[in-house]
Write a new protein. Sequence first.
Length: 369
Amino acid sequence: MSILNLINDTNAGMMPDHYKELTDEEMVQRILRIKKKYGEKLFIPGHHYQKDEVIQFADATGDSLQLAQVAQRNKKAEYIAFCGVHFMAETADMLTSEEQVVVLPDMRAGCSMADMANMQQTNRAWDELTRIFGNTIIPLTYVNSTAEIKAFTGRNGGASVTSSNASRIVTWALTQKERILFLPDQHLGRNTAYELGIPLSRMAVWDPIAEKLVYDGDIQDVKIILWKGHCSVHEKFTVANIKNVKERDPDINVIVHPECTHEVVMLSDFSGSTKKIIDTINEAEPGSKWAVGTEMNLVQRIINEHPDKQIESLNPDMCPCLTMNRIDLPHLLWSLEQIDKGEPTGVINVEKDITKDAVTALNRMLSIG
Ligand code: 13P
Ligand code: SF4
């Protein structure tokens, strides 16, 4: 379901305008009051890409994998105000108990990559691919996908994947079946499989719009089928960006997220999830130089936290992930005040039958690591 439909179909509502007129100080005080009142009954997870004004209230910060794990472990919170994007809040809802209420402070906080694979397209792809390859394919889905796509994956023997554990899950999947269908991010799929030694010549691309498999060679050689989806934020880092920073300063280290294109990952010195990027720079020598290819809120936070290192965005014209940025101080306050009034908005409630199969995919991933 698209985010526009979600806004129309759920109790999401829109934040009243008067919240925009409040001062930051007023909003901070009101949020702190609610956090104090609810204590452990209210849990606020915050993804690394969230703005500082939101992250300051997070009870846990992390990448997608860490946030899925903390949601699953949390048994005390009655309300989880998820500061991230829609697929992350869905994951939290599915991994927590039925009584725990998960809310997304702004239902417009979607993920354009997750929207690149819907169920109709996926069913058509599966029919055609199983016609070509028979029962030799296992689906894997990046967590940046809808609950329905995770459920499809779980039903067909597959698992979800995050950028932190993609290598382990792809390795496992290849012990289960001859081929993988990797949704919806072609770049994470390609980068991960290549790192595991699978040549590009054994990877095909499924185009969900043209409904066809793009491959140049003997079709039976295909090992990895990459769904033609991408992250519009990470695709903005280019080979030219890397050449520019390296020409200016040959000592600079380039580190990028694996949602970047294969050419960019190949030319970089390091690649990894948001957690890996943070850990690598934390452990780096004072005085070391870094060009970072990921979302701007995180890059700016890393810059602020490391005055002893020279850090910059790999693309100087980069802008933040606009949907992540939908969650801001006014929306967080509004969301918490709605909870406090007993009228929570933006409640994420994944249907039971979808949850059952999607949790199969999520639990397979979590048990592998
Ligand atoms: P991480 O899994 O690294 O947190 O990334 C999530 C994401 O949305 C990246 O664009
Ligand atoms: Fe989705 Fe890209 Fe934003 Fe991550 S950065 S939430 S993949 S649009």
